[in-house]
Design a binder for this molecule. Structure first.
Ligand SMILES: C[S@@+](CC[C@H](N)C(=O)[O-])C[C@H]1O[C@@H](n2cnc3c(N)ncnc32)[C@H](O)[C@@H]1O
Length: 226
């Protein structure tokens, strides 16, 4: 099996993902009302774990959130700076058709698979490219990471925020097809058929600049675009 082979399986998980977000929109976040409130708040502050990688002298910063869901969780206010926040998702058009938000969204999610970012955005367009809890749901996380690095500007950053071994925990159900784990300053990207190194994958495009210790449950990794 190659990294792109799970697309058929990926397609079978889409309805579950839409049903999850449908319930979330209908119930204004259900058991996560604060998360809902944050996502529809036009003044929600940019998270410090993203802001710390941005140039404090920049008047304006451009941030891309990939696999953002119907309403990005990324903050859109950074005092003293203008933030341009772009959100994309492979299911954006499906979310638009299915979800009835009763509140206005400050950032509308645009249609784009992370594997195809360079078809929508020029190389080097963003100061920070963010992926939370999404690449392990994608059909080709290796290509996703390459594409994220390509649309980041040289000296910009890519943030990957995922839980360890999600596909194993979810028994490869729905969109959960890939595991991430930390090993010796590198991130392994793996499933039952194959295993890859983030450091090798990024070679020539980016360098890992922040990664937790082995065995971390939160696999939070930042790369700098070379
Ligand atoms: C669990 S949600 C996470 C949403 C958001 N990142 C967050 O943290 O709240 C996973 C999202 O990834 C999206 N997704 C899965 N595969 C994708 C792909 N190949 N390209 C873009 N988005 C994808 C799904 O449509 C879904 O909206």
């Amino acid at each position: 099996m190659t990294a792109a082979a799970p697309k058929e399986k990926w397609l079978t998980g889409i309805d579950d993902e839409i049903a999850f977000w449908q319930h979330w929109a209908d119930t204004r976040g259900g058991q996560w009302p604060q998360d809902y409130a944050n996502r529809i708040d036009p003044g929600f502050p940019l998270q410090p774990q993203i802001a710390r990688w941005l140039d404090p002298a920049a008047a304006r910063v451009r941030i891309l959130d990939v696999g953002a869901g119907p309403a990005t969780y990324v903050g859109r206010r950074w005092d003293g700076h203008e933030v341009e926040l772009v959100a994309v998702d492979a299911l954006a058009e499906r979310y638009d058709a299915a979800l009835r938000f009763r509140d206005a969204l400050p950032v509308r999610t645009l249609q784009c698979e992370t594997e195809r970012l360079t078809e929508r955005f020029p190389a080097g367009s963003f100061d920070f490219v963010n992926a939370r809890n999404t690449l392990d749901h994608s059909y080709d996380p290796l290509e996703c990471i390459r594409q994220m690095l390509r649309v980041a500007r040289p000296g910009g950053h890519v943030g990957l925020w995922h839980f360890a071994d999600e596909a194993e925990r979810e028994a490869y159900a729905g969109l959960h097809q890939w595991n991430f784990s930390v090993q010796g300053g590198d991130m392994a990207i793996w499933n039952r058929a194959e295993r890859h190194s983030l450091r090798e994958l990024a070679r020539g495009l980016g360098t890992i600049v922040d990664i937790p210790a082995d065995g971390a449950w939160e696999v939070n990794v930042v790369l700098r675009r070379d």
